[in-house]
Design a protein around this ligand. Structure first.
Ligand SMILES: [Zn+2]
Length: 135
């Protein structure tokens, strides 16, 4: 899946075991705004990701960084033992928490996707137990 492989490596996130891809995201957006990349290079969400974003995702708090529309969604895919090869889609944090209680060793990939222009980027990867803390 293309959203799982940003061209820049992630950095350690705020919670133990998490990986933060916001720097890679900023760099990609910078290259787009500088004219190094076309809109087609960054707005390439696949049909399946758009479907998940439309039906099984939360609204992002901010607008799309590319088109400015308020159509940005946060899609979550859980990978790990006993999960499907393409990841299991979770719609919200409570579902994520229940998964974390039942299965060990899961990691949640959070991807932002714009339904208007198809911009998409991996935001972070978090261990499921830590990702649900405080929620
Ligand atoms: Zn957009």
């Amino acid at each position: 899946m293309p959203f799982l492989a940003p061209e820049s490596e992630g950095r350690p996130g705020t919670t133990p075991g998490s990986v933060d891809y916001r720097f890679a995201r900023r760099r990609l957006l910078h290259r787009f705004r500088a004219g190094e990349l076309d809109r087609g290079d960054v707005c390439d969400a696949q049909t399946e990701l758009l479907r998940v974003g439309r039906n099984c995702a939360q609204r992002a708090r901010h607008d799309c960084p590319v088109c400015g529309e308020h159509e940005l969604r946060l899609a979550r895919f859980v990978f790990g033992p006993r999960m499907p090869p393409g990841g299991r889609v979770v719609a919200n944090r409570s579902e994520l928490r229940r998964l974390g209680e039942r299965f060990a060793g899961l990691r949640c990939y959070t991807v932002e996707v714009c339904l208007a222009c198809r911009w998409n980027h991996l935001l972070d990867i978090t261990p499921v137990g830590a990702a649900t803390g405080g929620g």
